[in-house]
Design a protein around this ligand. Structure first.
Ligand SMILES: Nc1nc(=O)c2c([nH]1)NC[C@@H]1CN(c3ccc(C(=O)N[C@@H](CCC(=O)O)C(=O)O)cc3)C=[N+]21
Length: 305
């Protein structure tokens, strides 16, 4: 291993510490407690794990957590009515609707019904436009977490070649906007990109967000480059044995072949313990930011783009 390991778990704990300190000050000086509402439709077990983890961490930093669990067959009308209530609720500063939604619900319609000032995921069309034009936006949590880790490692990102692999609205596109904002030269690559290994080889910064286990090979990486692995892929791990029902156990891996890349890269994030914990920490940071903005108070330093 020659690369510096970027410890997302430890970094996330630091971010949560900053959030907690600021929240305590808000309560003390203004009598305001930031609140985050998380809406989960249906009973996907993985989603339930994330939602529980978000709720627990929200309370740990001193904020209020409001969980709304709705049945999978909830109508669009009922979901929109809940969002309207949360939009109007003065105690709710952030609203997150866990994605994906069941197929009968129109995701874009639902997301765009959230008050953009409370859209702590940064997925509302207004926030997408604000980010794209360099105006003050709510910034999607995963790319914001990646940016924080990159800034911490490099100091300035100005002039660096960045390759983002993946063009999703949730990670790839906003990540590219943030890197551009920090004056990187940005390439957005994807599954149709020609000569992808050569494109990646030019990058000082690689952000992998393709959603395919071990997709990015070690020999694609330029020696010394920073590699941020956004992938969360569950693969069979027969070496861990079987569950009681006979099904084989699994493990989490990223989009990067970590074992190969760690000997070439200058810095790399692990999976688990890299981007994932930072995503939740940034959700808490965004909730605090949204609360400060709505009250016209100074924003927390180092927790925004
Ligand atoms: N509206 C919305 N916003 C989201 O931000 C959102 C969402 N929907 N839907 C689901 C995905 C997934 N997601 C993760 C957050 C943290 C970890 C995380 O902390 N992962 C740990 C491992 C956890 C484990 O062991 O399963 C890690 O990478 O170290 C993973 C995944 C947020 N999502």
């Amino acid at each position: 291993m020659t690369a510096t390991l970027i410890d997302g778990k430890a970094f996330a704990a630091t971010v949560r510490g900053k959030v907690a300190t600021h929240v305590a000050r808000l309560k003390e000086a203004q009598g305001i407690t930031p609140g985050l509402a998380v809406v989960l439709v249906g009973d996907d077990p993985a989603s339930e794990v994330y939602v529980r983890s978000k709720g627990k961490q929200t309370v740990e930093v001193g904020m209020n957590s409001y969980e709304h669990k709705l049945p999978a067959e909830t109508s669009e009308e009922d979901l929109l009515a809940l969002i309207e209530r949360l939009n109007a609720d003065k105690d709710v500063h952030g609203i997150l609707v866990q994605l994906p939604l069941p197929a009968h619900l129109d995701e874009a319609l639902v997301i765009n019904a959230i008050n953009p000032a409370k859209d702590v995921d940064g997925f509302h069309i207004s926030n997408v436009g604000l980010l794209g034009t360099g105006q003050k936006a709510m910034v999607p949590c995963t790319p914001l977490g990646c940016l924080m880790m990159l800034r911490d490692h490099h100091g300035s990102l100005s002039g660096l070649n960045a390759v983002v692999i993946g063009r999703s609205n949730i990670v790839g596109k906003p990540m590219a906007q943030l890197l551009l904002g920090d004056s990187c030269t940005v390439t957005v690559a994807h599954s149709r990109t020609k000569d992808l290994p050569e494109v990646v080889k030019r990058a000082d910064i690689v952000v992998a967000a393709v959603g395919r286990a071990h997709f990015v090979q070690g020999d694609w990486i330029k020696p010394g480059a920073s590699v941020i692995d956004v992938g969360i892929n569950r693969i069979p791990a027969p070496e861990k044995g079987s569950h009681e029902d006979g099904s084989v156990k699994t493990r989490l891996v990223g989009d990067v072949d970590f074992e190969a890349a760690k000997d070439v890269a200058g810095a790399i994030t692990p999976v688990p313990g890299g981007v994932g914990p930072m995503t939740i920490a940034c959700l808490l940071a965004n909730t605090l930011t949204a609360c400060c903005r709505v009250h016209g108070l100074a924003e927390p330093e180092g927790l925004t783009a």
